[in-house]
Design a protein around this ligand. Structure first.
Ligand code: HEM
Ligand SMILES: [Ca+2]
Ligand SMILES: [Ca+2]
Length: 227
């Protein structure tokens, strides 16, 4: 999904981008490389000092942690693998070891410069793709009343259930326990849309073992709970 800011409705909007080409009846994946922007991690392990060390129950000590991607930082407090830092300033000041110079550079900034740095880090917020307005049927518009399986689902957005082979059909307008009018997004065709009756998913006794591998497909429990 390509996401950009649209000045007119003043919101982030998405657009589906195909990573495959249609050839006859088949979709052929392009398999080309792509760049992920804004991850802010080297995805490597570093010793960032004692303040991050963790003693395990067997007495061994974990000294290296994988650099946590900073995207989403603004809404993912508390920080550090242990969540021991309640704010971003705290977790930066916890850095030592291989990151000592970075911490020193940070603490040497003026108050105002530090504020700018934190403002930037706090601006790294991830959005929920399934709530993002998005043109998923490719007609070039984002509909306010997107119809799926004959039901008005409201704002057109990237909800995977709309893209199923058998799209999810929502319950639609109803009343909640307070008598208020609401739209229920509960699916009324869960079995068909999720393919729960497909040969390899069908689970007649509902014990989590599909019939095809369940020695007793009509008694709950694998081999009736014997083993
Ligand atoms: C000014 C530069 C830096 C800033 C602003 C910064 C910021 C941060 C923040 C905000 C976190 C917490 C992320 C979270 O919990 O979601 C973090 C974690 C981490 N950072 Fe940095 N960092 C800096 C430099 C470095 C450097 C130079 C290294 C390594 C050489 C490093 C290694 C790590 C590691 C390994 C973690 C994960 C710690 C854990 O999971 O407990 N950082 N950093
Ligand atoms: Ca559309
Ligand atoms: Ca079963």
């Amino acid at each position: 999904m390509q996401v950009g800011y649209n000045d007119k409705p003043e919101r982030l909007e998405g657009k589906l981008v195909y990573l495959a080409d249609r050839k006859g009846d088949l979709w052929l994946p392009r398999r080309r490389a792509y760049t992920v922007r804004g991850l802010y991690s080297d995805l490597k392990y570093h010793d960032v000092g004692e303040a991050f060390y963790q003693m395990q129950f067997d007495g061994s000590v974990i000294r290296k942690w994988r650099t946590a991607p900073l995207w989403g930082l603004g809404s993912t407090a508390p920080y550090g693998h242990d969540g021991a830092s309640l704010c971003i300033d705290d977790v930066i000041r916890r850095h030592g070891g291989e990151a000592l110079q970075s911490r020193q550079a940070y603490t040497a900034l003026s108050r105002q410069e530090r504020r700018m740095m934190l403002d930037f880090l706090e601006s790294l917020v991830l959005y929920q793709t399934d709530r993002l307005p998005c043109d998923i049927d490719g007609d070039g518009k984002i509909s306010d009343h997107f119809m799926v399986a004959g039901m008005d689902t409201g704002l057109e957005r990237f909800n995977p259930e709309w893209l199923f082979k058998v799209p999810g059909k929502i319950e639609g307008p109803t009343e909640n326990v307070y008598g208020e009018k609401i739209t229920s997004f509960a699916l009324t065709n869960v079995r068909e849309s999720y393919g729960l009756d497909l040969e390899y998913l069908k689970d007649s006794d509902g014990d989590g073992f599909p019939d095809v591998i369940d020695p007793a497909p009509f008694k709950r429990g694998y081999k009736d709970g014997e083993n």
